[in-house]
Write a new protein. Sequence first.
Length: 315
Amino acid sequence: MATGSHGSKLFSVLCLAVVIGGTVGMYATVLQGSRPVVDVAVRPTAPVAEVPVGLSGEDVATAARLDRAFRRMGYQLDAIRVGSAEVPPLFLTQVPHDIDDMPDSDSRKELFLRVMLPLVLAANEEIAEDRARLQALLARKASRQSLTHPDQVWLKALAERYEVEDGDMSRLLARVDIVPPSLALAQAAEETGWGTSRLVRRSRNLFGHTADSASDETGMRQFGSLQDAVRAYLLNLNTHRAYDGLRRARMKARTKGHPVDGHQLADALKAYSERGEAYVGTIRSLIRRNDLVALDNARLGRVLPVRLASAGFAR
C-alpha cells in the first residue's frame, strides 16, 4: 500500500458538490469512500434533489473568474479565521487548470485553500458522524444493552472499512476520527505545489497517492473528483500502520480534552515521504506561515451566502 507522496511508499452525511462539466451549476451527491487508498471504492447512495447554486460554468472556467466569484459571495479566509463567517458549501471537482496563471503567489494560495477547505470540512463531517454513532453504540454495549441488527451490520461494515477485524472497539474508535484541516491543507499544498502540479490537473490526485489499480501511466492514483482524493487521504491516515503514531497522538489529545493539533500531528508523518524529518519540517512551516491552524475551527455552511443571491448570481 502506498503511504505518501510521489517518491514514497506511502465522510455518513450526504454532502453537496458543485459539478464541473455537463452538470455545472447543480449540486450532486458526494459518495462515501469504503476502502483505503490503493482501491478507493464508493457506496452508491440516492441522489439528493438538485437545487440551484451560485456558480456557473463561466465562473469555474478559469482561476481568475473563480476568484472573482468567491469574492462576490464574500468567501474570504480572513473572516473564516476569526469565526465571523462560515465556509460556503461549494465543492469543486477539480482545481482550476490555470491556477498557476494567478498574478501572485498569495492570490494563488488563497484560491487553492478556498477550493480545498470545503472538501476537507465535508469529509471530516462524514467521519465525525460515524464517530458519534460509534460512540453511542459503544456506550450501549458498555451498559449491557443489545444492539439492533441494523446497528450490528453497520458496525461490522465500519470495522471492515477501517481495517479493524478483530473486534477491538478501542482500536476502531482511535481510527474513526477527523484529521485537522490545517494538516490536510498543508499536505495538499505541498504535494501539488499549491494546485499547480500536472498530477492534480490530470488525475485529481491531491496527496501523491500511488496505486495498484485505476492509475495513470505513471502509476499514480486517479480520482474522479477532488472529494474522492480527500476522502482517500483521510482513510489512509486513519488505517495505514505507518500512521499509528498519528492516531495515538490524536487519541492522547482527545483523552486529555485537548484540541487535535495539526502542527503537532505532523510529527507522525515521517513515513509519508522519503524526505522524512525534512518533510515534517516543511509541513509544519506551511501550517505556520499560512496561519492554517486558525482554519481548524472553520464551520461548513449549509446554504450559500445571502450576498450571493442579492448580487444576482443565484440561478
